[in-house]
Design a binder for this molecule. Structure first.
Ligand SMILES: O=C[C@H](O)COP(=O)(O)O
Length: 351
């Protein structure tokens, strides 16, 4: 995805990314939110426009690479269950609806604390698993903080005029500060798509830097809204600019665009993360979000991360799924693994 694109659309991995295999049985309940991360935060670097503008994307090669992913990496039985448990620990369990209530957020938080029914977990020999975070609108932060008291599960808040990001700039900055004061440990900001579409990279960098500063100690995820950026090349460049400006995570989508997380967009963003890491030494996390609702899709994303970035990027401080309904399908698959039968979807109501 830099100027010297390889046959599959980007340069081959230079990191120690191991190939996924059925023998790779991950640790299920690795809780590692950013407060307990052993990695330094990405402080950002000075804007390097030459570098950002050197990024290209070979769309057809990227699509070819992605088309080969689903189905190719299938882990079975106990290994599949272990990977699904790993996926749970990486979910930002999300509710972002106009009709959210405190009662709904409390139920969501109860699910985040105990994402899988006790009998299923006990049959799997696991205890103590939680989701990576709970993600809500600003007004729901206090309810989520109360409901998660006594756990290490952080509250993430969407911010800066989510989902369009078109409210006045000073209000977007103030919204971040308010959410941090209310107890959010992670802030999911939306970038101004127009800065990307008009090629105003300086404005994008300045905006992202201001958002990062307003976050203080809270970690910031930059939502690119990739479905509205026009080209994969824009996705690559916007990813790099946001990392240069100090993003802790880059995230695909709000879940409200007509096209949300896709594998081609993910490949481009993941390879931008790799290039940034190789040049600066700083780790930036990745969060695909929007429309990821099936356990098998989660496995494909994990496989992609492992192949492209290696195992270190499969911990909650460097990878999250933004998802409102993925957990329900994963729990269903785990129940099938344990009992041999599928239960009806309504038996896994929340998430
Ligand atoms: O950031 C998370 C997304 O809004 C969730 O999208 P989803 O409801 O399609 O899973």
């Amino acid at each position: 995805m830099d100027s010297q694109t390889a046959e599959d659309g980007t340069q081959p991995p230079k990191t120690s990314a191991a190939k996924p295999s059925a023998k790779a049985k991950p640790t299920a309940a690795a809780t590692q939110d950013h407060e307990h991360s052993d990695l330094p935060r990405n402080p950002g670097i000075a804007l390097d426009l030459d570098w950002a503008l050197s990024l290209e994307a070979n769309t057809s090669a990227i699509e070819r690479r992605c088309a080969s992913l689903p189905g190719r990496r299938s882990v079975k039985k106990d290994y599949q269950a272990a990977w699904l448990l790993k996926a749970i620990s990486l979910i930002d369990l999300t509710t972002l609806s106009g009709d959210d209530t405190e009662a709904r957020v409390r139920r969501l938080c109860a699910k985040a604390r105990q994402p899988v029914r006790a009998d299923i977990l006990s049959a799997l020999g696991i205890d103590g698993i939680t989701t990576g975070a709970v993600c809500v609108y600003h007004d729901m932060i206090p309810a989520a903080v109360r409901a998660l008291h006594g756990t290490h599960i952080p509250v993430a808040a969407v911010s800066t005029g989510f989902p369009a990001g078109l409210s006045p700039f000073h209000l977007r900055v103030e919204e971040i500060r308010e959410s941090v004061r209310a107890g959010a440990k992670e802030i999911d900001i939306v970038i101004s798509r127009r800065h990307v579409l008009s090629g105003d990279w300086q404005a994008l960098y300045d905006e992202m830097k201001a958002f990062r500063e307003a976050c203080g100690d809270a970690h910031v995820k930059a939502i690119l809204a990739t479905g509205e950026l026009g080209t994969l090349r824009n996705v690559a460049r916007a990813s790099m600019i946001c990392m240069m400006a100090g993003a802790d995570f880059i995230k695909t989508s709000t879940g409200k665009e007509s096209v949300n997380a896709t594998l081609p967009v993910s490949l481009v963003m993941i390879r931008a993360i790799r290039e940034y890491y190789e040049r600066t030494g700083f780790h930036v996390g990745y969060k695909p979000a929007g429309g990821i609702s099936k356990a098998k899709d989660a496995l494909v994303y994990l496989s992609l991360m492992k192949e492209e970035l290696g195992n270190r990027w499969l911990q909650p401080d460097l990878f999250r799924f933004g998802a409102s309904s993925l957990l329900g399908d994963i729990e269903r698959q785990l129940e099938h693994h344990v009992t041999g039968a599928y239960s009806a979807g309504y038996r896994h109501p929340m998430a």
